[in-house]
Design a protein. Structure first.
Length: 136
């Protein structure tokens, strides 16, 4: 089954964080099937990586290599969010519009949402969304 990953779900791999097991599981799930992401995903991940470069957490060459590796995986970009639903989720669940976009997509596509963002996890649970679990 396709998964809807947000940036937090895979960023640990780029930043070589000690506990990247969740990110590894998400990448494995994407490789097995595919990821469905909102258009903002590619901008968001690039922005986070460039900000990490500025903070000296990652080298520019590592950013380039990570993005190249990520581009080899089967990502489908969904560019037709239901705007009213996104705004409603953002308002009711106190999410950013960006996070609400991931949640709306997961709900609409009935796909598991992969995130480490605890506010988004809480909102997803309240909305009845399926959350990605390691090994699934």
């Amino acid at each position: 089954m396709a998964v809807v990953p947000d940036v937090s779900a895979i960023l640990a791999l780029a930043l070589d964080e000690k506990d990247a097991t969740f990110a590894d599981a998400v990448i494995e799930a994407i490789a097995r099937d595919e990821a469905i992401v909102p258009t903002l995903f590619w901008y968001e991940i690039r922005n986070v990586l460039v900000m990490a470069e500025r903070r000296k957490r990652i080298a520019a060459a590592r950013t380039t290599a990570f993005l190249s590796d990520l581009a080899l995986l089967p990502f489908a970009v969904d560019d037709l969010p239901r705007e009213a639903v996104v705004l409603d989720l953002a308002r009711r669940r106190s999410l950013t519009v960006y996070d609400a976009s991931y949640l709306e997509l997961a709900l609409r596509r009935e796909a598991p949402l992969a995130t480490l963002d605890q506010a988004l996890v809480a909102a997803a649970r309240k909305e009845g969304a399926t959350l990605f679990k390691r090994g699934k």
